[in-house]
Design a binder for this molecule. Structure first.
Ligand code: MTE
Ligand code: MO
Length: 259
């Protein structure tokens, strides 16, 4: 399948850049140390449970998710809330396909994602840096949106450990912290779930976390960003440049209040 032009005209970052500068607090808060520390992740065997408000709970093996016939390629911009960005060529399975297979009930209003909790492998979980396990959530329409990807690889190779092996979420119109790594469970729920970053610092990290250059972080502006590999800052785009595809999801919602 040809890659849709979703980061049109933009040069993807190199694999060395993408796998050498990572936020993965289960290992370290030092972005350049994560790659080495994550060498012990052991991404196989691995399973992901789809549970909660579904007619058909599923346990998906990673080998089912990475079956070549299911893979799509998506080149997306990734914008971290800290003010840097990259362009990353992912492959994976659209999340809507996986959720549809489990047949969400009419009470499924949110999807909650939970990362592995294993301090024997994730050294950083021995420290209370964040409430563990790392958890994130989306509204069900965001989770079912065709741009939302369960990513299992980069540049045609299996997901590097430091990028969230073996399977992580990618939601390209939201700040990077929503794109949770090393997922073991997806639970559909009726009410809005708590999420790691909104629990850790509610005034700084909202539930929605849509990329929005007009809503500054309490400690810095979000108007501009540094593309890794470049020197000059560039303007940050509303919804990270995906407004045409996703702005309709938020019609009538106050995006300052619901940041
Ligand atoms: N489990 C988990 N997922 C995570 C994080 C993390 O610390 N733990 N960091 C997030 C943040 S802040 C960003 S910017 C992206 C970084 O993804 P990358 O390292 O693949 O660029 O992962 C997100 N997913
Ligand atoms: Mo981030």
């Amino acid at each position: 399948m040809p890659a849709p032009a979703l980061a049109a005209g933009e040069q993807p970052n190199s694999l060395a850049e993408i796998s050498g500068y990572n936020n993965f607090y289960e290992y370290s808060t030092d972005k350049k140390a994560v790659a080495i520390l994550a060498s012990n992740l052991q991404p196989r065997p691995w399973q992901v449970r789809i549970e909660g408000e579904v007619e058909q709970p599923l346990t998906m093996d990673i080998d089912e998710l990475t079956a070549p016939k299911r893979q799509v390629e998506r080149i997306y911009r990734l914008r971290c809330v800290e003010g840097w960005s990259m362009v990353i060529p992912w492959q994976g399975v659209p999340l809507c396909e996986v959720l549809s297979a489990a047949r969400p009930t009419s009470r499924a209003k949110f999807a909650r994602f939970v990362a592995l909790h294993d301090p024997a492998r994730f050294y950083g979980q021995r420290l209370p840096t964040l409430p563990w396990p790392y958890a994130e959530a989306l509204r069900i329409d965001e989770a079912m949106h065709p741009l939302t990807l369960l990513a299992t690889g980069i540049y045609g190779k299996p997901m590097p450990n430091q990028n969230g092996a073996p399977v992580r979420l990618v939601v390209p119109w939201k700040y990077g912290f929503k794109s949770i790594k090393s997922i073991v469970a997806i639970r559909l729920e009726e009410s809005q779930p708590t999420t790691t970053w909104s629990q850790a610092a509610p005034s700084e990290y909202g539930f929605y976390a849509n990329v929005n250059p007009q809503v500054p972080h309490p400690r810095w502006t979000q108007a501009r960003e540094v593309r890794i590999g470049e020197l000059k800052k560039r303007d940050t785009l509303p919804f990270n440049g995906y407004a045409d595809q996703v702005a309709h999801l938020y019609h009538g919602l106050d995006l300052v209040k619901h940041h």
